[in-house]
Design a protein around this ligand. Structure first.
Ligand code: ATP
Ligand code: MG
Length: 563
């Protein structure tokens, strides 16, 4: 037997990975590893799905198995090809690929045939009661349920009704097919679960062929079985469904092969809502600008916000997989993206709220070319030229006329360093009639150019700047968390819309940027010195660049909370 070792160094195996390793070592299922990622195409993928994707595809990748993408399209009411396409794009962007694409609807015939077998074996029946009546008879975990008056219908009658259900003879909700198991079982899922219902709506792949559609519990395990899945991994809420999953497979299997279901904790994040239904509501009610709005927790939202696939995978790796639910601080995700962008983002100087700084002792009409490192964290990243001249733009709040003691930026009489350039001393400012600062004045010290021997003079502050001679105008979208509370979706009596952060998007126009940025392409990453990480929005056009703030340089939320 070959030794099974991960292809990359890893800290320790998560519990599902450990099961996979053991199964492979024991040669279970002929030494095969096959997983699947089974999204329902009823919305865009979110960061929670990324956690499942990293495990399903990651395990197959690490241990020489295969992972298929299977669209769980058993409910035509909510599903659409738009979602099918976006799901594929997002999985590939995250860095994974599937061996095959399948659809649960590919198995509608096999599932139907299996349902017919169950009826013939006396293990399924057509129930004509309403959903409410069926629910009332379910009982409680400690109290047995009540048997349906239709439970002992003759097999022939069941076959006839089930066929007619599918042929469109009956209205939605008028009858269902139920497995006949045990109305007194301690596991509520065994109390004659509904396995087929009537839906009279065109399906995005099978059109109007079917009117009877299988329920999730009836479709999922069987699809796993038809495909040859060995490890069917899902989230913890399915633990209680597992015995039913196994029961159906036992009725179906004609060999020793069995797919097995394993469950891990779903991802919950603070300040984030992940229910697809509510995300759809945000989009439909125009509370955000579509599924890929950079404030959305969707994969396409994160992409547009400037997150990298590496940062998302690294975050998933940090949080790990467990058997108990919890909530992860979104600050950890923000940390992961900072950590990644710090290594890859080109540094640039951009002034968000510009005011003019005039260096009164700098020769009129002259300019010099200085050099700025593209990324101090990456020696191979090189450098770019920066023009320095008499008139520069600086941030309005980097100047204060009557400054408190601990203000280390520009105030009359005080020295600061201009990043990558000279030390300057502030001499004053000019204001308009309303008191607004029009220009700030300073003198530069020619002996203090960055890199010069004498340049080591200590000053407490460094500020960024852009020369007025070649600055380009850009727009900036300052994104922040979409919600103001940690658990916006939790309270059933509260409307999550009451918790929307009114400052989750602030648009700045007329920001001044270094000219080399004009060549930036959509989704390129930058660190704007002293401000944060930014990425080029795909709405940008030639001559009109828009940057999205991915994340600030430091976590400002924990400070706010501690106040
Ligand atoms: P919803 O109920 O909002 O429609 P879902 O969980 O049913 O979401 P699916 O499209 O069925 O969404 O999910 C596909 C896979 O992704 C499933 O295996 C599911 O367990 C997993 N998944 C979904 N949400 C999360 C999450 N927050 N954390 C981890 N895995 C998740
Ligand atoms: Mg689902």
């Amino acid at each position: 037997m070959s030794e099974i070792t991960p292809t990359e160094e890893k800290k320790s195996l998560n519990f599902i990975e450990a099961i996979v390793v053991k199964d492979l070592e024991e040669g279970k299922d002929g030494g095969r590893l096959q997983t699947r990622f089974p999204p329902e195409p009823n919305g865009y993928l979110h960061i929670g799905h990324a956690k499942a994707i990293c495990l399903d595809f990651g395990l197959a990748q690490q241990y020489g198995g295969i992972c298929n993408l299977r669209f769980d399209d058993t409910n035509p009411v909510k599903e659409d090809v738009e979602y099918v396409d976006s799901i594929q794009e997002d999985i590939q962007w995250l860095g994974f690929d599937w061996a095959n694409v399948y659809y649960a609807s590919d198995y509608f015939q096999q599932l139907w045939d299996f349902a017919i077998c169950l009826i013939k074996d006396g293990k399924a029946y057509v129930d004509e009661q309403s959903a409410e009546e069926i629910a009332k008879q379910k009982g409680t975990p400690t109290l047995a349920g009540t048997e349906s008056p239709f439970r002992n219908r003759p097999i022939e009658e069941n076959l006839d009704l089930f066929t007619k259900m599918n042929e469109g003879f009956f209205e939605e909700g008028s009858m269902v097919l139920r497995a006949k198991i045990d109305m007194a079982a301690s596991n509520m899922h065994f109390r004659d679960p509904i396995i087929y219902r009537i839906i009279k709506q065109a399906h995005h792949r099978t059109g109007n062929k079917w009117n009877a559609y299988p329920m999730y519990d009836f479709a999922h395990g069987q699809c796993d079985y038809f495909e040859g899945v060995t490890h069917s991994i899902c989230t913890l809420e399915f633990v209680v469904h597992r015995p039913l999953y196994d029961w159906f497979i036992d009725q179906l299997a004609d060999s020793d092969y069995r797919p097995h279901q394993y469950e891990f904790n779903r991802l919950n994040l603070t300040y984030t809502m992940m229910s697809k239904r509510k995300l759809l509501q945000l989009v439909k009610e125009n509370l955000v600008n579509g599924w890929d709005d950079p404030r959305m927790p969707t994969i396409c939202g994160f992409r547009r916000r400037g997150y990298t696939p590496e940062s998302i995978r690294s975050f998933i790796d940090k949080i790990g997989y467990t058997k108990y639910d919890g909530v992860i601080d979104v600050a950890l995700l923000e940390y992961a993206v900072r950590e990644d962008l710090n290594k890859r983002a080109t540094r640039a100087s951009v002034v968000l709220d510009p005011v003019k700084l005039v260096l009164t002792n700098y020769p009129e009409g002259e300019a010099e070319t200085l050099s700025a490192q593209n990324n101090p964290e990456d020696a191979g990243a090189g450098s770019h030229d920066v023009v320095f001249s008499k008139e520069l733009f600086i941030e309005r709040d980097d100047f204060m006329e009557d400054a408190p003691k601990k203000y280390f930026r520009l105030t009359p009489g005080q020295e600061v360093r201009l990043k990558n350039a000279y030390i300057i001393k502030c001499t004053g400012c000019k204001r308009d009639a309303d008191g607004n600062v029009l220009e700030v004045y300073a003198e530069y010290d020619p002996q203090t150019k960055s890199g010069m021997a004498e340049s080591n003079r200590k000053v407490k502050g460094t500020i960024h700047w852009v020369s007025t001679s070649d600055a380009i105008d850009v727009d900036i979208r300052l994104y922040d968390r979409l919600f103001t509370v940690e658990n916006p979706g939790d309270d059933k009596d509260q409307d999550f819309r009451d918790f929307l952060n009114p400052e989750s998007l602030i648009v700045k126009t007329g920001c001044k940027a270094e000219p080399f940025l004009k060549d930036a392409k959509a989704l390129d990453h930058f660190q704007f010195q002293r401000i944060g990480y930014f990425s080029v929005d795909p709405d940008s056009t030639d001559g009109h660049l828009i940057f999205n703030r991915t994340v600030t340089l430091k976590d400002s939320w924990s400070k706010i909370k501690d106040k």
